[in-house]
Design a protein around this ligand. Structure first.
Ligand SMILES: [Zn+2]
Length: 286
């Protein structure tokens, strides 16, 4: 009888686990595009949201549709059972302080990983945000340094990679914007998300550190990484050696142009992809 009960309990537990994570086989990553650099990532037993909650495209970049924001805010499928929310930096096309504050209030079990400048920025807009500090994992590496941690069983490396430069009259308007990039592991799959770093930031990191901190299966890189075309791709393929590249942050008005560029890049690196419509998804087997 006891054995039967244990067996029943085991089956029920397994059923619960399978109902939560039933769709994603082991060694697979399901990627759902939200907008710009926002993604939902699902592996066999984990879900990660990154740069997902924002509502400002600065007149140029894609924003998540209202119904997608509502789904995320209510943790409706597929946005249920999120293990961690990662934020790369606090530009408005990545981070809406009010939405993030409300999301964390509604879901106090979801850890929020961000750098201190991002936390300060959100706190400045949403007074009292800091009261949720038990929910925060504040990781603030110096530029060209890396911090390692594990959050909800997800090993995370946070790299201080400078935000791409935007030079006007000899001044870098992004000089003080603090960007972090993430290298994290979901059920054995290693993912790199650049945030708004660029190739120069990766070069600088590698000059100071010699080696990239870990291997990379799937690299999410914004389109500024590829503005010089094939030479950039060759450098990245050698330095990061990813199995797949997901191109991010492409403005909708340039989708056609970048589709043509990606077709050219594929001749050199076949596994380069990018998404156009919010909620488009695909699964990659590693
Ligand atoms: Zn930015």
């Amino acid at each position: 009888m006891r054995i039967a009960l244990i067996a029943l309990f085991f089956c029920l537990s397994l059923c619960c686990l399978m109902s939560v994570y039933s769709q994603i086989p082991q060694h697979n990553l399901k990627i759902t595009y939200i907008a710009t650099e926002g993604f939902l990532l699902e592996s066999s037993t984990h879900k990660v949201l990154i740069d997902a909650l924002f509502s400002e495209g600065l007149g140029y970049f894609a924003v998540p549709p209202q119904e997608v924001i509502a789904q995320i805010m209510d943790c409706k499928v597929p946005f249920d059972n999120i293990n961690v929310y990662l934020l790369t930096h606090y530009h408005m096309d990545h981070c809406d302080p009010k939405l993030i504050n409300e999301y964390l209030s509604k879901h106090p079990d979801i850890p929020f990983v961000a750098s201190k400048p991002s936390i300060v920025f959100i706190d400045g807009t949403c007074f009292g945000f800091i009261a949720k500090k038990k929910q925060f994992k504040i990781l603030t590496p110096n530029i060209n340094h890396c911090i390692s941690d594990t959050i909800n069983n997800i090993p995370v490396k946070v790299l201080g990679l400078k935000h791409l430069s935007y030079i006007v009259n000899g001044i870098d308007l992004e000089e003080n914007m603090f960007n972090v990039s993430y290298l994290f592991e979901m059920d054995g799959i290693k993912i790199f998300h650049s945030g708004d770093a660029d190739l120069d930031s990766v070069r600088d990191y590698l000059i100071k550190n010699t080696n990239w901190p870990d291997s990379t299966d799937i690299a999410f890189l914004n389109y500024f990484f590829f503005t010089s075309g094939e030479s950039d791709l060759s450098y990245l393929a050698k330095a990061l050696n990813p199995k797949y590249i997901i191109l991010t942050h492409v403005p909708p008005s340039l989708n056609q142009e970048w589709q043509a560029r990606v077709n050219l890049l594929r001749k050199k690196f076949p596994n380069i992809l990018f998404f156009v419509n919010s909620m488009d998804s695909l699964s990659i087997k590693i």
